[in-house]
Design a binder for this molecule. Structure first.
Ligand SMILES: Nc1ncnc2c1ncn2[C@@H]1O[C@H](COP(=O)(O)OP(=O)(O)OC[C@H]2O[C@@H]([n+]3cccc(C(=O)O)c3)[C@H](O)[C@@H]2O)[C@@H](O)[C@H]1O
Ligand SMILES: Nc1ncnc2c1ncn2[C@@H]1O[C@H](COP(=O)(O)OP(=O)(O)OP(=O)(O)O)[C@@H](O)[C@H]1O
Ligand SMILES: NC(=O)CC[C@H](N)C(=O)O
Length: 569
């Protein structure tokens, strides 16, 4: 038997001293549970992902000092094996670091394994900073048990005998009793289930039990959900750590039974095959993403322009959940085109959420810009430039508030609008972080309803959910004047932007819609128009604030598209 503590921690990128403190706290818990081994996530010393900080000389010095400090810390629990992730310097040509797994014990590094498969797709860019490890299996011996070691992506390619591309195969051939994998696996819809499938297939193929330890926490765009797990040798998940929270749990491994039980040797509660319902998943991921972004950037408060529309309402509701009602402010800024409901629905919303709503009309400011424009340029400001002016006056007012009161401005664009550029640069795109920028408009409605259902009351007024979406920048304006209905637009966008990265059930629906549209000329023209809008608006997305990533392909580092390209001009 082995006792292993799974230490699913929330390290901060670059905070080496703070991360060691987190590890020490978990190691003490492991020691008190008489564990043989404590397992931390991939790159736990720096947190995932330090990126170009690794090129910085002062960061490198801190890393060296941190490693010494970490070694010393392990003396506090001298019988314990610490399985830690850290960048390790290397000599020779190529990149100066390996992405390494270290086994530390009583002040010494007793084993180093270097990650072999470095992901360089979607949001990953590990080849930029790391040199891949030599193709070899590393096994740690504890008593009469052999623990096979691997790092995240190493386990994602188990489909052949070729050692060079399948580190799992080589490790399995070394015949360990179990595999321990350290990970930094960002979360998106369907990811938990995907991990279970990938590792379940590998574990059953090799008849190997596995402990998978993941990072949790929000790191810029990315949120890591934790959800560390243990599998028996048939690939069945027998233990799952909490999602979206730190979790330090000690497990007992039996090599005879090839499975895991709790610290007392009792079976864990049954792990459900399907995880959180989609809307609840979005909500928890966004709340953790904002919480961690705010605290790591030094914000305790946030501000949102409150239009009486659904996007700002949802942003406010999520911000309240993450930061608390006392720390969130809405600002309503009626113009001459604002509907009656714009202010009154905002009032009801903010009353329901228990937050302050400040009224700051923009009519006179807009009028003054109009006068100045006409006087200077000899023609009246009208049409789209006038529409955008209103959004810009609001954006400027919100930034004034942020500057003066230190609130983080949350931008409210959703994925449908951001895809087609239905937003004003330096206007409603202003802000530090987008909470709902990876949710299609149709999902925005569903998430609002879910929030109300779980609250058991109308937190977001139904009047807001039910009103036809409008930018309210011109008389009687509706989104559908410029865009196809969102039910159609969203399916086109899913297919064009995410395609094969969609979860199966969404992929089938989007492709069916595309096939239906392609069957007639008007549908084909619509697809082409949307394709052009996506391409033409790349420049806006490049300047927009980061959005929390929720889906397989989000705007940001996971979708790198040139701006000044001749695509659909
Ligand atoms: N390739 C490029 N690289 C860099 N900059 C480029 C550019 N192409 C245009 N530009 C610049 O961008 C400007 C045009 O962009 P921008 O000023 O944003 O304006 P634009 O995209 O023309 O208009 C904004 C659109 O968003 C809609 N809107 C606005 C506000 C809120 C909502 C909503 O419902 O949420 C919708 C509005 O009805 C309108 O259809 C150009 O005048 C030019 O300065
Ligand atoms: N009258 C207003 N008062 C305060 N903020 C506003 C107002 N109108 C727009 N905004 C801000 O600009 C963003 C874009 O709003 P707009 O109404 O143009 O379209 P939207 O994308 O449908 O958003 P929403 O559903 O929140 O209305 C809003 O989410 C809000 O933050
Ligand atoms: N850090 C990694 O190697 C992550 C890659 C892996 N496929 C994941 O997303 O889980």
């Amino acid at each position: 038997m082995l006792k292993i503590t799974s230490a699913q921690i929330n390290p901060t990128i670059g905070d080496i001293t703070g991360n060691i403190a987190l590890m020490l706290r978990a190691a003490r818990q492991a020691r008190d549970s008489h564990a043989d081994m404590v397992v931390f996530p991939e790159l736990s010393l720096t947190a995932y992902y330090p990126a170009d900080l690794l090129d910085d000389a002062s960061f490198q010095r801190r890393l060296d000092a941190g490693l010494e400090q970490l070694k010393l810390s392990t003396r506090e629990a001298p019988a314990l094996h610490w399985i830690v992730g850290a960048p390790m310097r290397r000599e020779g040509t190529g990149k100066p670091f390996h992405n390494a797994l270290l086994v530390l014990k009583n002040g010494e590094i007793v084993l180093q394994y270097n990650k072999q498969l470095l992901p360089t797709y979607n949001i990953f860019d590990e080849r930029r900073h790391f040199e891949p490890g030599a193709d070899m299996a590393r096994v740690l011996r504890i008593g009469d048990k052999q623990v096979g070691l691997m790092i995240c992506e190493d386990g994602w390619n188990d489909d052949g005998q070729d050692y060079a591309v399948n580190p799992f195969q080589r490790l399995a051939d070394a015949a360990p009793d179990l595999v321990v994998s350290i990970n930094a696996s960002p979360s998106n819809i369907g990811k938990r289930e995907q991990r279970h499938t990938v590792f379940g297939n590998a574990c059953s193929r090799h008849r190997l039990p596995l402990l998978y330890v993941n990072q949790i926490g929000g790191h810029d765009q990315l949120v890591f959900d934790g959800a560390s797990f243990a599998m028996d040798a048939t690939g069945k998940v027998v233990y799952e750590a909490q999602r979206f929270a730190e979790d330090i749990t000690t497990l007992t491994f039996s090599s005879q039974l090839q499975t895991f039980s709790d610290a007392q040797g009792e079976s864990f509660a049954k792990v459900e095959v399907t995880g959180l319902p989609t809307m609840e998943f979005y909500r928890q991921q966004i709340v953790l993403g904002l919480k961690d972004y705010a605290r790591r950037c030094g914000f305790t408060t946030a501000v949102v322009g409150c239009s009486g529309g659904i996007d700002s309402a949802l942003t406010l509701a999520l911000a309240v959940e993450a930061l608390g009602a006392a720390n969130v402010v809405g600002i309503t800024m009626p113009s001459k085109f604002s509907s009656e409901g714009s202010v009154s629905d905002s009032q009801t919303l903010c009353r329901n959420l228990g937050i302050t709503l400040i009224e700051h009309p923009i009519r006179s400011m807009v009028a003054s810009f109009e006068e100045g424009f006409a006087a200077a340029f000899g023609k009246p400001l009208q049409g789209l430039p006038l529409e955008n002016l209103q959004a810009r006056v609001r954006g400027t007012t919100l930034m004034e508030y942020s500057n003066a009161f230190g609130h983080l401005l949350l931008t409210t664009g959703n994925k449908s609008e951001v895809s087609v550029g239905y937003c004003t640069l330096y206007g409603d795109t202003n802000g530090g972080l987008g909470l709902i920028g990876d949710l299609y408009k149709t999902e925005i409605f569903a998430l609002c309803r879910h929030i109300n259902a779980t609250a058991g009351r109308e937190l977001i007024p139904v009047a807001i959910i039910d009103k036809p979406p409008s930018a309210e920048l011109a008389p009687g304006q509706k989104d559908t004047d410029s865009l196809p209905p969102y039910e159609v637009l969203d399916e086109i966008l899913k297919s064009l932007i995410e395609g094969a990265r969609l979860p199966d059930w969404e992929h089938a629906r989007a492709e069916q819609k595309m096939a239906d549209l392609r069957a007639d000329p008007a549908g084909r023209a619509m697809i082409e128009r949307i394709q052009k809008m996506i391409a033409r608006n790349e420049y806006k997305r490049r300047q927009a604030p980061p959005v929390l990533r929720l889906r397989g392909r989000a705007f940001g580092s996971g979708r790198q598209v040139p701006i000044a390209a001749v695509q659909y001009a």
